[in-house]
Design a protein around this ligand. Structure first.
Ligand SMILES: [Zn+2]
Length: 310
């Protein structure tokens, strides 16, 4: 027993014994210190969480108290790490729980299983905080230095030139807006002039040929020109062939009634003279009709087109 009272026996010598506990050979903490030579102190320990005993597999609720053997087993920096060895009250198994200063909590190290009841913020409508990556491992100062160097190089080699280029561009366009505006307006005026001239000529062309106002004219180019020329030549050749055919027919037709009243005796020489007189007459008619600007008469001579073209 501890020396609860202050009775000093007669053979007690303060200088020799130092204290009453020393005189009686007792520790100040009494029986709790019975394993103090092993560094173990018996303390009252209350389970900080629910566990299942590893020996009897019974559930032991949070808050159950044990006389635990408390022992310092190491340090986390300057903070001591303690282990608490408890004996299950339902069997004779022992389990051990340690402090974990790094994470400010207790952990079961042996003889039992801890019931995982950590507060989950996501489960409770909050947000999980992932400030540390568990897979990241310890921070490597060289890697960190490399990272910062790479970032610095990127800034120097990519971002700074880019910003300088943008600044130059901005200066180029921003320093003299008046002259730039003048340049642009001058060019716009020139373009407008060309555009207007083209429009005027297009309108003139349309009115000349009676084309609809809404007709879009194609841009003049060599290919179109060649195409149009070919088409024109083809058409003209066709027309010439047609008119030659008609001229022949008309000549024959006219030849017959004129030739009969005069003479039917010598068709050879008379036919030639009749043809030439007919031709002369037609030419005369044609000249008259084109001189008076009259439209083609209903009895248009077959070679009218030819004459006009020539
Ligand atoms: Zn047990």
């Amino acid at each position: 027993m501890q020396g609860f009272n202050k009775y000093y026996p007669p053979d007690y010598d303060g200088e020799k014994h130092g204290s009453l506990n020393a005189y009686r050979g007792k520790h100040a903490l009494g029986d709790r210190a019975r394993k103090i030579d092993q560094g173990i102190l018996i303390v009252r320990f209350e389970l900080p969480f629910n566990i299942w005993c590893g020996t009897c597999n019974n559930h032991i609720g949070m808050g159950v108290r044990y006389n635990a053997e408390k022992k310092k087993i190491g340090n986390y920096y300057s903070t001591p790490i303690y282990s608490f060895r408890c004996k299950c009250h339902l069997c004779d198994g022992w389990f051990e729980i340690q402090t974990d200063p790094k994470n400010t909590r207790y952990v079961v190290t042996s003889g039992a299983r801890q019931k995982d009841e950590d507060w989950d913020p996501e489960e409770n409508g909050g947000f999980a905080v992932h400030d540390t990556d568990p897979n990241a491992g310890p921070v490597d100062p060289l890697a960190a230095l490399e990272k910062t160097t790479a970032a610095k190089n990127y800034v120097e080699q990519v971002q700074v030139p880019r910003i300088e280029a943008l600044q130059t561009l901005s200066d180029h366009y921003g320093t003299d807006p008046y002259s730039l505006s003048r340049k642009v307006r001058k060019r716009f005026r020139e373009d407008k002039k060309v555009e207007q001239a083209k429009q005027t000529s297009d309108e003139k062309f349309k009115s000349t040929y009676g084309l609809p106002e809404t007709l879009a004219l194609a841009e003049d180019n060599e290919e179109l020109r060649v195409e149009a020329r070919d088409a024109f030549r083809k058409e003209r050749a066709e027309a010439e062939r047609e008119s030659a055919k008609r001229r022949k027919v008309v000549t024959e037709v006219r030849l017959v009634p004129r030739a009969t009243p005069k003479s039917a005796g010598a068709p050879g020489g008379k036919t030639t003279s009749a043809v030439s007189s007919l031709r002369a007459r037609i030419l005369q008619n044609t000249a008259r009709s084109s001189a008076t600007l009259a439209g083609p008469s209903r009895a248009r001579p077959p070679d009218l087109k030819d004459v006009i073209r020539r």
